[in-house]
Design a protein around this ligand. Structure first.
Ligand code: NOJ
Length: 593
């Protein structure tokens, strides 16, 4: 069922049908495994395509839209949690890890989707949620019924409360979604009882990873899906599984909990014990042919700490969130790329570049804030500065060429290929994110990047389904903005046409060993300390390729910005029209000699 490691994309209609997804066939990284260079497309299932008209996306919707992904030219898809779930956190509250939520479909449909994707040469990654289950998972229901001191409670983190009558939480930890990280339960005899830890919503009790029963269960879940042909997993909150057993106070001083993502000695983020778990998982993945792969969601404090997750006997890859957080200016981008490559090189892992996902304000909006600095809060899209979506789309096109030219792999988030912006003006009544609900609206939450995809320019949910979607789409998408697959597919100047061209070209260049897999030694910076260093990011890759990005506010003469030897280079692709011999502001080019 799974795609052989060296498979080409036989069913591809994209024009890059001959481009293998197994990495370059020549050059320094010839024969590299597919995941070292893949472009993976993230499917937020609730919002991708709704085949049964209930307002929520589903497996049948994904199956019906595979041709879009094939045409776009992606190598793999990552599907957000589709398991049975009360949906208190968009499916990250899992009640059964071995089945599909009835609103999304059936396991048979899921297996058919995996087969369909594989037939097109597209690999399939699922999302595993090991830090917590739903409070409706049978284990938690059993834990509540079994009472204090039982083996059932030992699968979670139950403690007595503080104070003489145990009425205060065991410590001062706060939920990443706001409010306390503890909830008190009522014991089977009706008395107020123990407290359980939930680093996220109260409906997401944290598991106790010091318990071998928990460890064995998750290895069994991995095997369950690997046996069904799944090519790998994205690991939710990979940095959160191990807690300091002493549960010391944190003293957060009212800071948002996401600001304290790790660092040496943190009692619940990025603790050394997590690495042992992933060494065991790697053995499971390696026991398959072809080996299965992992990508970690690990919010940690430095590139070095991230690299520890992708050591040779641990996970294969991890999202590079430093790239997400980098300001849109040449020195910041160079510094981020340099430090990420160096850290990953030290352990022999490829970097996974990413600009958006379902937790982050869409990058058209982030980059559309005139200063686009790190002060923008990528998690929840708060910023005092208004975004200009026209500027944001311009920068987003340039940013795509930058990330696709870097050594490593790339993750795309559904809708970025259409140039969708964060929907910042969703009415409160529609918002479902626990971040919004638990902060009493203080944080608007993540619903604005989860609005259903517009497939057509009309209809009750712009072709997402036959009924209104679970969140309303802005009127402009179907109207003057023309943001839909249907409209953009027919417009050679659209974001979709640009993404398709860029991915196709990257495939061709990867096939020739120019782009895709590689390490820091396969990228050479230029203009890094000349007069244009503050505005221009420029680098070459072996094989006569250069990428030049003007992040500055003024056009620059292309001849002044290109690396030596590229003065007479051919323009392979530009993110916007060049103005004579000028590289306009917020524009990128790929050059070839
Ligand atoms: C990270 C996921 O991406 C996010 O959507 C979720 O809310 C938290 N982990 C908790 O599972």
């Amino acid at each position: 069922m799974s795609v052989p490691a060296s498979a080409a994309r036989p069913g591809s209609t994209s024009g890059s049908a001959s481009a293998p997804t197994s990495g370059p066939t020549s050059g320094p990284s010839a024969g590299a495994p597919w995941w070292r260079s893949a472009v993976t497309y993230q499917i937020y299932i609730r919002s991708f395509a709704d085949a049964d008209g209930d307002g929520l996306g589903d497996v049948a919707g994904i199956r019906s839209r595979l041709p879009h992904l094939d045409e776009l030219g992606v190598d793999a898809i990552w599907i957000n949690p589709w398991y049975p779930s009360p949906q208190a956190d968009g499916g990250y509250d899992v009640a059964d890890y071995r089945d599909i939520d009835a609103t999304f479909g059936t396991r048979e449909e899921a297996e058919a989707l995996i087969a369909d994707a594989h037939a097109r040469g597209i690999r399939v990654l699922l999302d595993i949620v090991p830090n917590h289950t739903s409070d409706e998972h049978p284990w938690f229901v059993e834990a509540l019924a079994a009472g204090p001191g039982s083996p059932e409670r030992e699968r979670y983190i139950f403690r007595s409360g503080a104070g003489p009558d145990g009425a205060r939480p065991p410590n001062d930890w706060t939920s990443a979604f706001g409010g306390p990280a503890w909830r008190r339960v009522t014991e089977p005899d009706g008395a107020p009882g123990e407290w359980y830890l939930h680093l996220f919503d109260a409906k997401q009790p944290d598991l106790n990873w010091d318990n071998p029963v928990v460890q064995a269960e998750f290895e069994s879940i991995l095997r369950f899906w690997f046996d069904r042909g799944v090519d790998g997993f994205r690991i939710d909150v990979a940095h959160g599984l191990i807690k300091d057993p002493a549960l010391p106070d944190l003293g957060q001083d009212g800071r948002h909990p996401m600001e304290t993502v790790g660092g040496q000695g943190h009692p619940h983020w990025d603790r050394p014990g997590v690495h042992e778990i992933y060494r065991a998982w790697r053995k499971v993945a390696d026991s398959y042919d072809p080996p299965r792969v992992f990508v970690a969601e690990a919010w940690v404090t430095s590139a070095e700490r991230l690299a520890a997750y992708v050591r040779p006997d641990e996970l294969h890859t991890a999202f590079d969130f430093d790239f997400v957080r980098a300001a849109w200016n040449a020195p910041a981008l160079r510094a981020t790329v340099t430090s990420s490559l160096a850290a990953h090189d030290s352990v022999g892992a490829p970097v996974m570049w990413v600009l958006s996902n379902h937790d982050i304000a869409r990058h058209v909006t982030r980059l559309g804030r005139p200063s686009a600095t790190r002060s923008d809060d990528p998690l929840h899209g708060h910023d005092a500065e208004d975004a200009d979506p026209v500027l944001g789309r311009r920068r987003a096109r340039a940013a795509l060429l930058l990330e696709l030219a870097l050594p490593g792999g790339v993750y795309l988030y559904q809708g970025e290929e259409l140039g969708l912006e964060e929907v910042e003006d969703l009415a409160d009544e529609f918002r479902q994110d626990p971040v919004f609900l638990r902060t009493g609206g203080d944080h608007r939450g993540r619903d604005g990047c989860r609005v259903p995809l517009p497939w057509t320019s009309s209809g009750p949910s712009l072709g997402f389904g036959t009924a209104p979607g679970w969140l309303p789409q802005p009127a402009g998408w179907g109207g003057p903005l023309g943001l839909s697959v249907q409209v953009e597919a027919g417009d050679p100047s659209s974001m979709l046409a640009f993404y398709t061209r860029a991915l196709r070209l990257r495939h061709e260049l990867s096939d020739r060993g120019v782009l895709g897999a590689g390490d820091a030694s396969s990228l050479t910076w230029s203009v890094a300390d000349g007069p244009l260093a503050d505005a221009v990011v420029a680098f070459t890759r072996p094989g006569g390729f250069a990428c030049v990005v003007n992040t500055g506010g003024e056009p620059v003469r292309l001849a002044d910005a290109v690396p030596a030897g590229f003065e007479a280079a051919r323009v392979l692709l530009a993110s916007d029209e060049l103005a004579g011999d000028q590289l306009p502001s917020d524009t990128a080019v790929w050059l070839s000699v």
